[in-house]
Design a protein around this ligand. Structure first.
Ligand SMILES: [Zn+2]
Length: 285
């Protein structure tokens, strides 16, 4: 996951166009959000709206700056009713949506979501909107209780003793679906421990170290593992349209807003274990 030194990070952003390239639809003054990437625009993957799978794919982060470059083919106009902060929420919502769309059947399903950060909370948001049944959030603390309730969870359960039985009591049985939305080692096995036989486990967290599971248990349960990465243009469009239609719960993911000059110290604090909800960076602050 390393990037070259000097790379400007920040892949969830929105902003105003100050200068537009030639032969495109963007104009100076347009308010946009964008998939934080560039791709060739004409290969089969690009034509299918899946630029992440384009051979010429490259990331276009840069949100932690006053200015950044976006590929206008992957930019989308921000409706007047939405703020730049709303626009910056489209990316994490789209990432969760892509995974949730893979879950069939979802209607009425008993679902547990591990993790209540941006991805876990966004997963809960889509699960509720797209027809899940009883829905539980599993986290280490009660910190995100209000957020996950607003996003649509029926209950928040903390990890620890008797989690399987507490979860079954809340859901009305063991989960049909477990969404892993935190990316820490051990969570895929925890999901496997919790899932009912024949259930589905969706990995959205993206653990970056080897993370063993017990295959014999997965076999015995005939569990199905699904993985999902980022988004295509359609998930971005649906997330944007859902916000435009009036969904306000995702705004609860924003814990505070800071300036660019405050960013380095906040970043260091996060690296050293400080917990925070999503921090919005406002370069005009
Ligand atoms: Zn392409």
């Amino acid at each position: 996951m390393d990037v070259p030194a000097g790379t400007v990070l920040g892949h969830e952003y929105a902003g105003e166009v100050v200068e537009a390239g030639q032969d495109g639809w963007l104009r100076a003054g347009d308010r946009v959000t964008a998939l934080p990437l560039s791709a060739c625009g004409h290969c089969p993957a690009c034509l299918a709206g899946q630029p992440l799978h384009c051979p010429a794919f490259r990331p276009m982060a840069g949100g932690f700056g006053q200015y950044t470059l976006v590929d206008q083919r992957f930019a989308m106009r921000l409706p007047d009713s939405l703020s730049f902060a709303d626009g910056a929420l489209v990316e994490p919502l789209a990432a969760a949506l892509r995974g949730i769309r893979k879950l069939e059947p979802l209607a009425g399903a008993r679902v547990a979501v591990i993790g209540a950060g941006a991805i876990g909370a966004s997963a809960i948001f889509w699960l509720r909107r797209l027809g899940a049944g009883r829905l539980a959030s599993i986290t280490r603390s009660r910190r995100a209780e209000a957020l996950v309730a607003e996003m649509g969870a029926d209950a928040l359960l903390t990890t620890g003793d008797d989690l399987p039985s507490r979860l079954a009591a809340v859901l009305g049985g063991p989960p049909d679906i477990v969404v892993e939305g935190a990316g820490a080692p051990g969570l895929l096995q925890q999901a496997l421990d919790l899932i009912r036989p024949g259930g589905s486990i969706l990995s959205l967290g993206g653990c970056t170290t080897p993370d063993p599971i017990l295959p014999a248990l997965a076999m015995w349960k005939e569990a199905r593992f699904l993985f999902s990465v980022a988004y295509g243009t359609s998930e971005f469009q649906q997330a944007l349209a859902t916000l435009e239609a009036g969904a306000t719960a995702p705004r609860g993911m924003i814990g505070e807003t800071i300036s660019l000059s405050e960013l380095p110290s906040r970043f260091e604090a996060l690296r050293h274990g400080s917990h925070a909800a999503k921090i919005m960076v406002d370069p005009q602050r």
